[in-house]
Design a protein around this ligand. Sequence first.
Ligand SMILES: [Zn+2]
Length: 264
Amino acid sequence: MMKRRILFLVLIAGCAGPLSGQAAKFSWPEGKRAAVSLTFDDGRPSQIDTGLPLLAKLGIRATFYVLPGNVEKRLDGWKKAVQAGHEIGNHSMTHPCTANYAFSRANALEDYDLERIAKDIDAAQQAIARMLGVTPASFAYPCGQSFVGRGRAARSYVPLVAERFVLGRGYMGEAANDVAVFDAAQAMGTPFDDMAPGDALKLLEAAAKDGRWIIFVGHDIGPRKFQSVDAATIEAIAAYAKDPANGIWLEPAGAVARYIASRR
Ligand SMILES: [Zn+2]
């Protein structure tokens, strides 16, 4: 028992050296103490109709993880999003999720292998480049799920994402990202659909206190409800980030990921 404890302490001491050194060296730009990114998934029409005017009014930029099929339906709107400086990210071509979600039963990750998911991601990359003239640098896992296959044959497709993108963003994460230790291919995404402004600010303040990077994830932008972020919540985050006293760096996810990669 004693021996085990000593070994444990040695391991802790061995780890703490380089990690704490790394944490001490890392600093956010312009003396900021933490980072926040606003990300929205699927390329839903409300992101164009309600989101773009709101973000323009607030003078902030976001990341949109679009589905090419939805971009095609509102091509002019998505071109405007690019012109406004928003980041366009890859969210796959066909949005495969677990078969346990009824909507994904006919396109289930359990029925995929690594080759098929790679093709799906690459097809989205090509379609986005063709339609919008940009090459996504970051990826959001559909439904936040990063596996293919099932049981003993299940595999992680995180390595495919790591090869292609500076960031792989998850969903339903329960912590903001600690830049000293997090895996950029599996960054945690914090849902803020249907969230009261005060609750979003509490999460942002907690992340800021620890110098972390919080990546908010929403879907529709409009009245507060299931899979929809209220304008008031986005306004509250923007106001908090704009106050110099709070020391918040609000940037699209890919830009923050690139900054962190350059400092590691
Ligand atoms: Zn999605």
